[in-house]
Ligand binder design. Structure first.
Ligand code: BG6
Length: 500
């Protein structure tokens, strides 16, 4: 992964398909604006928003100004920086399936090349609903917008969800490969753009003391929690077709498992890192010792703090009889030399009491308990917690003698907090990922085989649920940590979920 990259970013036009949607205003434009303010984008850079809603460049610019004001962490807006950035924003109205609209787009891009000196380099961003991806890809292909003339490049970023099961992911990969080479395709998983997620590899592979104990000989179990306090907000109709398994587990959670479980790559290049992630994903299996190895839940009405919260089926866009899961716990094993027999418990849910994402490595108890029986009861296993968000940091729990004449032992925590150790705020995940794509660095993007391997694990679970042989949907109250069955699930192994 390259850094310190100001001088390496090529001139380019970024075309955002779906420019009137939420992602553009909440994430993409604020990220680009922040990159501009930090001097990461070249002078010769422009954005073309492409969508069905008709509007002028001026209206688009004003809307994006308001979006940056609301969603960028670099506010208040710097008028001069905004003024220059706004001049780079253009808008093109078009129908995603109409050839002539892509011809018009092509003409606009050529004009922009003249006006901004963008040299014919193109970055396409698919920010539309996923069912439109194949149409756009085909149109880009037919109008030769993806063609790379000598000295020019053309790349495409695809938002998740990438397919809804193994077959559809394969189909989409095959479709895209008709027009784009794999190294032109950047499948985004925004968790990989988070500083704390990238730090998993730095922590593991730039320190000498953790790797020797990072295996089945010393590790008892691993827990990955990605809990959200929000509900489905205004995305009910999308979410009802996805559920937490497609929305969070297949991508973000499995990526965290892969980074935690992978072997050291031979070098820090996109392919070397992704090769190791694929190996772990291939070695993963869902434990079937008890049922289908999953607990599914759906939030019912409850309370978030003092506020009443509606149940999932009362949310806008969700059918009253929906059987979609908003919570999932799974037990996974990695069948390889390093991890055989070590359970990876993963869980993710909406309307949990707190927003928290964490990877916790629980180590085995010491081989011999030397202290008195009373004290031994208070010895807890060492746990190393990688806190992804919101309290970014790393903590290690170990037993310590309570001062005094007795032999009392109490767990204490050694705590590293990003906020205290480093002064500068972490960039948003989209800033990092957009910059990497502009640099042609795909390390933090998922490769076609990686996405398909993740779907190979998830698809049989989906099929079991659909065929009626999987776990049932259990209700949990909004504002709680999921259904009671999830506690039983881990307790039957003599373990319990981490408490936050
Ligand atoms: C998205 C999911 O990928 O990730 C959302 O579609 C979820 O449902 C979001 O809320 C969580 O991202 P973060 O960065 O807030 O943890």
């Amino acid at each position: 992964m390259k850094r310190d990259t100001q001088h390496l970013t090529d001139p380019c036009v970024m075309v955002i398909f779906g420019a009137s949607g939420d992602l553009t205003s909440r994430k993409l434009i604020p990220a680009l604006y922040n990159l501009v303010c930090n001097g990461f984008l070249p002078q010769a850079f422009a954005v073309v928003g492409f969508a069905r809603t008709s509007k002028t460049d001026e209206v688009f610019r004003q809307e994006m100004h308001d979006a940056v004001q609301e969603f960028s962490h670099a506010t208040p807006i710097n008028d001069q920086a905004w003024g220059e950035f706004a001049q780079c924003l253009h808008y093109c109205v078009g129908d995603y399936g109409k050839e002539e609209d892509y011809e018009a787009l092509h003409r606009t891009l050529l004009q922009i090349d003249e006006q901004h000196g963008t040299h014919g380099n193109r970055l396409y961003y698919l920010a539309t609903p996923p069912d439109i991806y194949p149409i756009i890809v085909e149109q880009i292909g037919h109008s030769l917008l993806c063609k790379e003339c000598p000295g020019q490049w053309s790349r495409i970023i695809v938002e998740k969800p990438f397919g809804h099961d193994l077959d559809s992911a394969r189909e989409l990969n095959a479709h895209m490969h008709q027009y784009f080479q794999e190294d032109q395709i950047y499948r985004i998983d925004h968790y990989l753009g988070k500083e704390t997620v990238q730090n998993i590899l730095v922590f593991r592979f730039s320190n000498g003391i953790f790797e020797p104990i990072w295996n089945r000989r010393y590790v008892d179990s691993v827990q990955v929690t990605v809990a959200e306090s929000i509900g489905v907000e205004n995305r009910g109709s999308y979410y009802d077709h996805a559920g937490v398994i497609r929305d969070m587990i297949q991508n973000h959670v499995l990526q965290l498992v892969a980074l935690t479980g992978m072997e050291p790559p031979v070098e820090f290049t996109a392919d070397a890192v992704r090769n190791e992630k694929v190996k772990v994903l291939k070695a993963l299996h869902v434990d079937h010792a008890h049922g289908d190895g999953t607990v599914r839940g759906q939030y019912g009405p409850g309370k978030m703090g003092q506020q009443l919260a509606p149940g999932y089926t009362q949310e806008q866009g969700v059918p009253a009889d929906s059987q979609t899961e908003t919570y999932l716990a799974m037990k996974l094993f990695i069948d390889n030399w390093r991890w055989a027999g070590v359970p990876f418990y993963v869980r993710s849910g909406k309307r949990m009491p707190k927003r928290v994402s964490e990877i916790a490595i629980q180590f085995k108890m010491p081989p011999l308990l030397l202290f008195s029986d009373v004290a031994a009861q208070h010895i807890e296993p060492n746990t190393l917690a990688l806190n992804i968000q919101p309290d970014e940091g790393i903590s290690l729990k170990f037993g310590s003698k309570v001062p005094g004449s007795g032999e009392k032992i109490r767990p204490v925590i050694m705590d590293f907090k990003y906020g205290e150790a480093f002064n500068s705020p972490a960039p948003d995940a989209y800033e990092r990922l957009l910059l990497d794509c502009l640099l042609g660095d795909s390390t933090l993007f998922t490769r076609s085989d990686e996405v398909e391997t993740a779907w190979s694990l998830i698809t049989p679970v989906l099929q079991a649920w659909e065929g009626g042989s999987g776990s049932f949907i259990e209700l949990y109250r909004a504002g709680t940590w999921g259904p009671k069955q999830a506690d039983d699930f881990i307790q039957q192994d003599g373990r319990r979920w981490r408490i936050f």
